[in-house]
Design a protein around this ligand. Structure first.
Ligand code: HAX
Length: 434
């Protein structure tokens, strides 16, 4: 067994025992009660899942294995030429619940390089799609095409013992994470650069190589991608993409099937697609207002106009958060350091000043503050990645780190098939009157 897998195998026994003991001692305690309005309201505010890798606090934002984003920026290993955390390092933390040393992060990097080759038929499958196919559809198709390589599927067919499920799931997770940047870059180059593909450079780190395969050699862009991959990696278990990976995985669908399902959820405009929608909406606004940097009054009118047409203002609001998303803040700090004069950044900043009071005035929007998607597109645009239909694929590559670490733990801890109950309005009325 390789050393990373070995480390995981040593952690599984004690973690599993700890949970068994905890259930034996406290299993009958109540965590959440469900009100009727919550049944109709997307189960908002009901704690109903276990996801060990991260936890979202409404007032404070995300903590990855207990660490906030500024703490990660301080404590996780970075690239020798930069200071942002390496995605390899956040993955190590998420999976092993330990801060890695530089050497351990490098070990993950090297492991992924070894696993990174894509089978030829994956490229052919993508090439069979019309060029106008949305990049997220291409991404999901490519993930499913890679499923021919599933170790879990093979092992299950051969009759693997359930206590060993985590092992082929780990292999699938590591292979998928190692391969999704190549898949994403292939989609990008075929869709926007005449199929002029760029071979991987195995001497680079995971995000650096991804930037290289996309066609961006700027060190600033590579640093941005390291930050981007880290902060987008995980957001506890209830969001649509993470929850879907967990749910589909609970039927013992393998990592490819589960991750592809989660990516279809990420592709919804109320979730990950919001990053493309923010840029599309902002560019349309700028065009309609005659170009340049619109005034606050002009932006306010445009925002109200959007809402009066029954549309959402993309990049604002959140189902859990009740403050500015710390992932937004981390990106804003990056922009302030690297591109304070960028006109699109100034526009994004102005929108940040104008939108929250307008949303607040409605009295119904619970969180008027910006989320992660309100900023990410601007940073990418600054370095020349302007094809915003592609942005959600970048988010998807990042989400592989968190959702697949969680899936490995789901199998390691032997979590059962997920099967909540449902009821009908008629039955509720019979029970509660009304
Ligand atoms: N613009 C206009 N209206 C908004 C709004 C926004 N940005 N955010 C919420 N609302 C509306 C809701 O549509 C809802 O209206 P109705 O009562 O008429 O149905 C009302 O305000 C109450 O909604 P809420 O309870 O505050 O918010 P929800 O938990 O239901 O939804 C969403 C959370 C993120 C889906 C929502 O805020 C939204 O649609 N935001 C814009 C899209 C977006 O940025 N999505 C990305 C979220 C982060 C993420 O997942 N990233 O991947």
């Amino acid at each position: 067994m390789d050393t990373l897998k070995d480390l995981l195998s040593h952690k599984i026994g004690p973690a599993s025992q700890e949970i068994k003991d905890f259930i034996a001692a406290k299993g009958d305690q109540t965590v959440s009660e469900v009100k009727i309005k919550q049944l109709y309201g997307g189960i908002r505010g009901v704690t109903a899942l276990i996801t060990e890798t991260s936890k979202l606090d409404p007032a404070e934002g995300i903590r990855f294995r207990g660490y906030s984003i500024p703490e990660l920026q301080e404590k996780l290993p970075s690239h020798p030429d930069g200071k942002q955390p390496l995605p390899e390092a956040i993955f190590y933390l998420l999976l092993f619940n330990e801060l890695p040393t530089d050497e351990q992060a490098l070990q993950v990097s090297k492991d992924w390089v070894k696993r990174s080759a894509l089978p030829e038929h994956v490229f052919k499958t993508i090439d069979a799609l019309p060029l106008h196919t949305h990049p997220m559809t291409q991404f999901v198709t490519g993930i499913m095409a890679m499923r021919t390589e599933s170790e879990f599927h093979k092992a299950y067919q051969e009759g693997i013992n359930k206590k060993d499920y985590w092992q082929p799931t780990y292999e699938d997770a590591m292979n998928l994470i190692a391969r999704v940047p190549r898949l994403a870059a292939y989609i990008y180059r075929r869709t926007y650069h005449n199929g002029d593909h760029i071979a991987p450079d195995e001497s680079l780190d995971w995000a650096g190589n991804f930037a290289h395969m996309l066609g961006f050699e700027d060190d600033g862009f590579k640093e941005l991608l390291r930050l981007y991959m880290t902060i987008h990696s995980d957001h506890e278990g209830g969001n649509v993409s993470a929850h879907t990976v967990h749910l589909v995985g609970s039927a013992l669908s393998d990592a490819y099937q589960s991750f592809a399902a989660g990516m279809n959820g990420l592709a919804g405009p109320l979730h990950g697609l919001a990053n493309q929608e923010v840029v599309r909406w902002t560019i349309q606004m700028r065009e309609q207002l005659g170009g340049g940097l619109p005034s606050k009054e002009e932006i306010a009118r445009y925002v109200k106009d959007t809402m009066s047409q029954g549309k959402v203002v993309p990049g604002f609001g959140h189902a859990v958060l009740r403050k500015t998303d710390p992932r937004y803040t981390a990106q804003r700090e990056f922009a302030l350091e690297h591109m304070p004069q960028d006109e699109f950044f100034q526009l994004i900043s102005r929108i940040y000043e104008v939108v929250p009071p307008i949303l607040q005035e409605t009295g119904k929007i619970k969180n008027p503050w910006p989320n992660v998607d309100a900023h990410s597109g601007q940073l990418l645009m600054h370095y020349g990645l302007k094809e915003y239909d592609f942005f959600t694929v970048l988010f998807g590559v990042a989400r592989s780190l968190g959702t697949l670490s969680s899936l490995v733990w789901d199998r390691a801890l032997g979590f059962p098939i997920e099967r909540p109950g449902s009821t009908t309005t008629q039955l509720l009325k019979e029970q509660y009157g009304g």
